[in-house]
Design a protein around this ligand. Structure first.
Ligand code: AN0
Ligand code: CP
Length: 318
Protein backbone atom coordinates (compact mmCIF):
# COMPACT_ATOMS: atom_id res chain seq x y z
CA UNK A 1 0.00 0.00 0.00
CA UNK A 2 1.41 3.43 -0.95
CA UNK A 3 -1.21 5.83 0.41
CA UNK A 4 -4.41 5.45 2.47
CA UNK A 5 -7.20 7.94 1.92
CA UNK A 6 -10.27 5.81 1.13
CA UNK A 7 -11.77 2.31 1.20
CA UNK A 8 -10.30 1.21 -2.13
CA UNK A 9 -6.73 1.68 -0.82
CA UNK A 10 -7.17 -1.16 1.69
CA UNK A 11 -8.19 -3.84 -0.83
CA UNK A 12 -10.59 -6.69 0.05
CA UNK A 13 -12.29 -5.89 3.36
CA UNK A 14 -12.46 -9.51 4.54
CA UNK A 15 -8.66 -9.71 4.38
CA UNK A 16 -8.26 -6.32 6.08
CA UNK A 17 -10.53 -7.38 8.97
CA UNK A 18 -8.73 -10.72 9.26
CA UNK A 19 -5.38 -8.92 9.48
CA UNK A 20 -6.84 -6.50 12.05
CA UNK A 21 -7.99 -9.34 14.29
CA UNK A 22 -4.58 -11.03 13.99
CA UNK A 23 -2.84 -7.79 14.95
CA UNK A 24 -5.26 -7.28 17.84
CA UNK A 25 -4.25 -10.69 19.20
CA UNK A 26 -0.52 -9.99 18.61
CA UNK A 27 0.11 -6.24 18.71
CA UNK A 28 3.85 -6.46 19.27
CA UNK A 29 4.58 -9.19 16.72
CA UNK A 30 5.86 -6.77 14.07
CA UNK A 31 8.20 -4.57 16.14
CA UNK A 32 11.11 -5.02 13.76
CA UNK A 33 9.14 -3.66 10.81
CA UNK A 34 9.20 -0.07 12.10
CA UNK A 35 12.70 -0.05 13.59
CA UNK A 36 14.55 3.21 12.76
CA UNK A 37 11.52 4.40 10.80
CA UNK A 38 9.78 7.67 11.68
CA UNK A 39 6.09 8.50 11.50
CA UNK A 40 5.21 12.19 11.31
CA UNK A 41 1.67 13.13 12.32
CA UNK A 42 0.52 16.58 11.13
CA UNK A 43 -2.60 18.05 12.75
CA UNK A 44 -4.37 21.07 11.27
CA UNK A 45 -7.30 20.32 13.66
CA UNK A 46 -7.89 19.06 17.20
CA UNK A 47 -7.89 15.37 18.09
CA UNK A 48 -7.92 13.04 21.07
CA UNK A 49 -8.43 9.51 19.66
CA UNK A 50 -6.62 9.85 16.36
CA UNK A 51 -3.55 11.39 17.96
CA UNK A 52 -3.26 8.81 20.75
CA UNK A 53 -4.31 5.67 18.87
CA UNK A 54 -2.16 6.37 15.82
CA UNK A 55 0.91 7.11 17.94
CA UNK A 56 0.27 3.93 19.94
CA UNK A 57 -0.12 1.90 16.73
CA UNK A 58 3.19 3.23 15.40
CA UNK A 59 4.94 2.48 18.72
CA UNK A 60 3.54 -1.08 18.62
CA UNK A 61 5.33 -1.40 15.27
CA UNK A 62 8.62 -0.15 16.75
CA UNK A 63 8.52 3.28 15.07
CA UNK A 64 9.63 6.68 16.26
CA UNK A 65 6.88 9.31 16.16
CA UNK A 66 6.94 13.09 15.66
CA UNK A 67 3.71 15.06 16.14
CA UNK A 68 3.19 18.58 14.82
CA UNK A 69 0.17 20.73 15.66
CA UNK A 70 0.37 23.21 12.82
CA UNK A 71 -1.68 25.81 14.68
CA UNK A 72 0.40 25.62 17.86
CA UNK A 73 3.96 26.76 17.39
CA UNK A 74 4.52 26.26 13.65
CA UNK A 75 4.48 29.14 11.15
CA UNK A 76 1.07 30.03 9.75
CA UNK A 77 0.80 28.29 6.38
CA UNK A 78 -0.47 29.69 3.09
CA UNK A 79 -2.21 27.02 0.99
CA UNK A 80 -3.11 28.95 -2.20
CA UNK A 81 -0.65 29.41 -5.08
CA UNK A 82 -0.18 32.88 -6.53
CA UNK A 83 -0.97 34.73 -3.29
CA UNK A 84 1.27 37.74 -2.50
CA UNK A 85 2.30 36.69 0.98
CA UNK A 86 2.25 40.10 2.68
CA UNK A 87 -0.23 39.02 5.39
CA UNK A 88 0.08 36.92 8.55
CA UNK A 89 1.17 33.69 6.84
CA UNK A 90 4.95 33.27 7.00
CA UNK A 91 5.38 30.05 5.03
CA UNK A 92 3.82 28.26 2.06
CA UNK A 93 2.56 24.68 2.25
CA UNK A 94 4.54 23.96 -0.92
CA UNK A 95 7.84 24.42 0.97
CA UNK A 96 6.57 23.06 4.30
CA UNK A 97 5.42 19.72 2.83
CA UNK A 98 8.71 18.56 1.26
CA UNK A 99 10.62 19.81 4.32
CA UNK A 100 8.39 17.71 6.60
CA UNK A 101 8.79 14.77 4.22
CA UNK A 102 12.57 15.00 4.52
CA UNK A 103 12.42 14.21 8.26
CA UNK A 104 10.29 11.06 8.15
CA UNK A 105 9.32 7.85 6.35
CA UNK A 106 5.50 8.03 6.56
CA UNK A 107 3.15 11.00 7.05
CA UNK A 108 -0.33 11.09 8.62
CA UNK A 109 -2.41 14.22 7.99
CA UNK A 110 -5.54 15.61 9.65
CA UNK A 111 -7.12 18.47 7.74
CA UNK A 112 -10.88 19.06 8.04
CA UNK A 113 -13.17 20.58 5.44
CA UNK A 114 -13.38 24.37 5.60
CA UNK A 115 -17.16 24.05 4.86
CA UNK A 116 -17.09 27.29 2.83
CA UNK A 117 -16.09 26.15 -0.66
CA UNK A 118 -17.53 22.76 -1.59
CA UNK A 119 -15.35 22.34 -4.68
CA UNK A 120 -12.18 23.03 -2.70
CA UNK A 121 -13.19 20.61 0.08
CA UNK A 122 -14.27 17.82 -2.27
CA UNK A 123 -11.04 18.14 -4.31
CA UNK A 124 -9.17 17.20 -1.11
CA UNK A 125 -6.60 19.86 -1.85
CA UNK A 126 -4.55 19.62 1.35
CA UNK A 127 -4.04 15.84 1.57
CA UNK A 128 -3.51 15.61 -2.19
CA UNK A 129 -0.73 18.18 -1.93
CA UNK A 130 0.91 16.05 0.77
CA UNK A 131 0.68 13.03 -1.56
CA UNK A 132 2.12 15.01 -4.45
CA UNK A 133 4.91 16.96 -2.76
CA UNK A 134 6.07 15.03 0.35
CA UNK A 135 7.74 12.12 -1.45
CA UNK A 136 6.37 9.85 1.32
CA UNK A 137 3.46 7.46 1.82
CA UNK A 138 0.59 9.54 3.22
CA UNK A 139 -2.45 8.44 5.20
CA UNK A 140 -5.57 10.33 6.18
CA UNK A 141 -6.24 11.00 9.85
CA UNK A 142 -9.54 12.64 8.68
CA UNK A 143 -9.39 14.75 5.57
CA UNK A 144 -12.05 17.03 4.06
CA UNK A 145 -14.38 14.31 2.77
CA UNK A 146 -13.42 11.07 4.52
CA UNK A 147 -12.20 9.56 7.81
CA UNK A 148 -11.08 6.09 6.70
CA UNK A 149 -9.21 5.08 9.90
CA UNK A 150 -12.48 5.66 11.76
CA UNK A 151 -14.59 3.72 9.24
CA UNK A 152 -12.13 0.81 9.30
CA UNK A 153 -12.31 0.72 13.11
CA UNK A 154 -16.13 0.86 12.85
CA UNK A 155 -16.11 -2.11 10.46
CA UNK A 156 -13.83 -4.14 12.77
CA UNK A 157 -16.18 -3.33 15.68
CA UNK A 158 -19.31 -4.42 13.80
CA UNK A 159 -17.60 -7.65 12.73
CA UNK A 160 -16.70 -8.35 16.38
CA UNK A 161 -20.17 -7.63 17.79
CA UNK A 162 -22.53 -8.84 15.05
CA UNK A 163 -24.64 -11.92 15.76
CA UNK A 164 -26.24 -12.10 12.29
CA UNK A 165 -24.38 -12.78 9.06
CA UNK A 166 -25.92 -9.70 7.42
CA UNK A 167 -26.79 -7.16 10.14
CA UNK A 168 -28.98 -4.11 9.61
CA UNK A 169 -26.83 -1.02 10.17
CA UNK A 170 -28.58 2.35 10.44
CA UNK A 171 -26.64 5.60 10.26
CA UNK A 172 -28.76 8.37 11.73
CA UNK A 173 -28.17 12.11 11.61
CA UNK A 174 -28.53 13.74 15.06
CA UNK A 175 -28.47 17.39 16.16
CA UNK A 176 -25.34 19.36 17.08
CA UNK A 177 -24.83 23.08 17.79
CA UNK A 178 -21.83 23.57 15.44
CA UNK A 179 -21.42 22.91 11.73
CA UNK A 180 -19.52 19.63 11.27
CA UNK A 181 -17.97 18.14 8.12
CA UNK A 182 -19.51 15.26 6.15
CA UNK A 183 -16.25 13.27 6.38
CA UNK A 184 -17.34 10.73 9.00
CA UNK A 185 -20.76 9.92 7.48
CA UNK A 186 -19.37 9.94 3.90
CA UNK A 187 -16.65 7.54 4.89
CA UNK A 188 -18.87 5.28 6.99
CA UNK A 189 -21.29 5.02 4.04
CA UNK A 190 -18.44 4.25 1.66
CA UNK A 191 -17.20 1.40 3.88
CA UNK A 192 -20.68 0.02 4.64
CA UNK A 193 -21.48 0.02 0.92
CA UNK A 194 -18.38 -2.10 0.40
CA UNK A 195 -19.88 -4.80 2.69
CA UNK A 196 -23.05 -6.87 2.13
CA UNK A 197 -24.78 -5.46 5.25
CA UNK A 198 -28.30 -4.06 5.07
CA UNK A 199 -27.31 -0.37 5.26
CA UNK A 200 -29.81 2.45 5.81
CA UNK A 201 -29.20 6.20 6.18
CA UNK A 202 -31.73 8.43 7.90
CA UNK A 203 -31.68 12.23 8.15
CA UNK A 204 -34.00 15.24 7.89
CA UNK A 205 -34.77 16.68 4.43
CA UNK A 206 -31.89 18.84 3.21
CA UNK A 207 -29.14 16.69 4.79
CA UNK A 208 -28.64 14.46 1.73
CA UNK A 209 -25.00 13.38 1.39
CA UNK A 210 -23.12 13.42 -1.93
CA UNK A 211 -24.58 10.72 -4.24
CA UNK A 212 -21.17 9.08 -4.71
CA UNK A 213 -21.11 8.33 -0.98
CA UNK A 214 -24.79 7.36 -0.60
CA UNK A 215 -24.27 4.78 -3.35
CA UNK A 216 -26.58 1.78 -2.99
CA UNK A 217 -27.63 2.67 0.59
CA UNK A 218 -31.35 3.04 1.33
CA UNK A 219 -32.28 6.56 2.45
CA UNK A 220 -35.26 6.81 4.81
CA UNK A 221 -36.44 10.23 6.01
CA UNK A 222 -38.55 8.78 8.84
CA UNK A 223 -36.02 8.05 11.59
CA UNK A 224 -38.37 5.75 13.51
CA UNK A 225 -39.08 3.66 10.43
CA UNK A 226 -35.37 3.47 9.64
CA UNK A 227 -34.53 2.24 13.15
CA UNK A 228 -37.04 -0.65 13.10
CA UNK A 229 -35.17 -3.93 13.45
CA UNK A 230 -31.72 -2.30 13.42
CA UNK A 231 -28.78 -4.31 14.80
CA UNK A 232 -26.42 -1.32 14.91
CA UNK A 233 -27.31 2.37 15.32
CA UNK A 234 -24.52 4.68 14.15
CA UNK A 235 -25.26 8.26 15.18
CA UNK A 236 -23.50 11.28 13.70
CA UNK A 237 -24.16 14.92 12.99
CA UNK A 238 -23.15 16.54 9.74
CA UNK A 239 -23.79 19.88 8.07
CA UNK A 240 -25.69 20.20 4.79
CA UNK A 241 -23.97 19.11 1.60
CA UNK A 242 -26.53 20.21 -0.99
CA UNK A 243 -26.39 23.67 -2.56
CA UNK A 244 -27.12 26.40 -1.68
CA UNK A 245 -26.70 25.29 1.95
CA UNK A 246 -23.26 23.67 1.83
CA UNK A 247 -21.69 23.64 5.30
CA UNK A 248 -24.79 25.10 6.98
CA UNK A 249 -26.87 23.95 9.95
CA UNK A 250 -30.48 23.46 8.82
CA UNK A 251 -31.82 21.91 12.03
CA UNK A 252 -30.93 21.37 15.67
CA UNK A 253 -34.17 19.47 16.30
CA UNK A 254 -33.71 17.27 19.35
CA UNK A 255 -36.55 15.06 18.14
CA UNK A 256 -33.66 13.38 16.24
CA UNK A 257 -31.60 12.72 19.41
CA UNK A 258 -31.05 8.99 19.95
CA UNK A 259 -32.87 8.08 23.18
CA UNK A 260 -34.09 4.86 24.79
CA UNK A 261 -37.50 5.13 23.15
CA UNK A 262 -35.80 5.13 19.71
CA UNK A 263 -33.49 2.28 20.69
CA UNK A 264 -36.58 0.27 21.72
CA UNK A 265 -37.64 0.24 18.04
CA UNK A 266 -34.47 -1.67 17.11
CA UNK A 267 -33.61 -5.35 17.43
CA UNK A 268 -31.75 -4.64 20.68
CA UNK A 269 -29.20 -2.72 18.62
CA UNK A 270 -25.72 -1.74 19.63
CA UNK A 271 -25.12 2.03 19.79
CA UNK A 272 -22.07 3.44 18.00
CA UNK A 273 -20.52 6.90 17.63
CA UNK A 274 -17.01 7.89 16.52
CA UNK A 275 -16.65 10.34 19.46
CA UNK A 276 -16.28 13.09 20.56
CA UNK A 277 -20.02 13.12 21.24
CA UNK A 278 -22.23 15.80 22.76
CA UNK A 279 -24.51 14.08 25.26
CA UNK A 280 -28.22 14.89 25.15
CA UNK A 281 -27.79 16.45 21.71
CA UNK A 282 -26.65 13.38 19.73
CA UNK A 283 -27.50 10.71 22.33
CA UNK A 284 -28.99 10.64 25.81
CA UNK A 285 -26.92 9.74 28.87
CA UNK A 286 -28.81 6.49 29.45
CA UNK A 287 -28.27 5.20 25.89
CA UNK A 288 -24.54 5.97 25.76
CA UNK A 289 -24.11 4.49 29.25
CA UNK A 290 -26.21 1.39 28.48
CA UNK A 291 -24.77 -2.09 28.08
CA UNK A 292 -25.61 -1.89 24.34
CA UNK A 293 -23.31 1.11 23.86
CA UNK A 294 -20.04 0.03 22.23
CA UNK A 295 -18.44 3.46 21.79
CA UNK A 296 -15.43 2.54 23.97
CA UNK A 297 -14.47 -0.71 22.19
CA UNK A 298 -15.12 1.17 18.93
CA UNK A 299 -12.60 3.85 19.94
CA UNK A 300 -10.17 1.18 21.16
CA UNK A 301 -10.24 -0.35 17.67
CA UNK A 302 -8.75 2.88 16.30
CA UNK A 303 -5.39 1.57 17.50
CA UNK A 304 -5.95 -1.58 15.47
CA UNK A 305 -7.13 0.08 12.25
CA UNK A 306 -4.16 2.47 12.43
CA UNK A 307 -1.76 -0.39 13.04
CA UNK A 308 -2.97 -2.35 9.97
CA UNK A 309 -2.63 0.77 7.80
CA UNK A 310 0.82 1.78 9.07
CA UNK A 311 2.03 -1.83 8.85
CA UNK A 312 0.97 -2.04 5.23
CA UNK A 313 2.59 1.33 4.44
CA UNK A 314 5.82 0.12 6.08
CA UNK A 315 5.66 -3.08 4.02
CA UNK A 316 5.23 -0.93 0.92
CA UNK A 317 8.48 0.97 1.67
CA UNK A 318 10.63 -2.06 0.88
C1 AN0 B 1 -15.24 16.07 13.92
C2 AN0 B 1 -16.16 15.73 12.76
O1 AN0 B 1 -17.37 15.66 12.95
O2 AN0 B 1 -15.66 15.53 11.64
C3 AN0 B 1 -14.30 14.92 14.22
C4 AN0 B 1 -14.93 13.60 14.45
C5 AN0 B 1 -13.97 12.49 14.55
N1 AN0 B 1 -16.02 16.35 15.10
C6 AN0 B 1 -16.02 17.53 15.71
O3 AN0 B 1 -15.39 18.46 15.24
C7 AN0 B 1 -16.82 17.67 16.97
N1 CP C 1 -13.00 9.79 16.34
C1 CP C 1 -11.95 10.64 16.21
O1 CP C 1 -11.30 10.72 15.16
O2 CP C 1 -11.67 11.34 17.34
P1 CP C 1 -10.62 12.54 17.48
O3 CP C 1 -11.17 13.70 16.68
O4 CP C 1 -10.54 12.80 18.93
O5 CP C 1 -9.32 12.09 16.90
Amino acid sequence: MHHFTNVTDIGPLDLAVKEALEIKANRFGFKELGRDKTLMMIFFNSSLRTRLSTQKAAMNLGMNVIVLDVNQGAWKLETERGVIMDGDKAEHLLEAIPVMGSYCDIIGVRSFAGLKDKAEDYEERVINQFIRYSGRPVFSMEAATRHPLQSFADLITIEEFKTKERPKVVMTWAPHPRALPQAVPNSFAEWMNATDYDFVITHPEGYELAPEFVGKARVEYDQRKALEGADFVYAKNWSAYADPNYGKILSTDRAWTVDSEKMALTDNAFFMHCLPVRRNMIVTDDVIESDRSIVIPEAANREISAQVVIKRLLEGLK
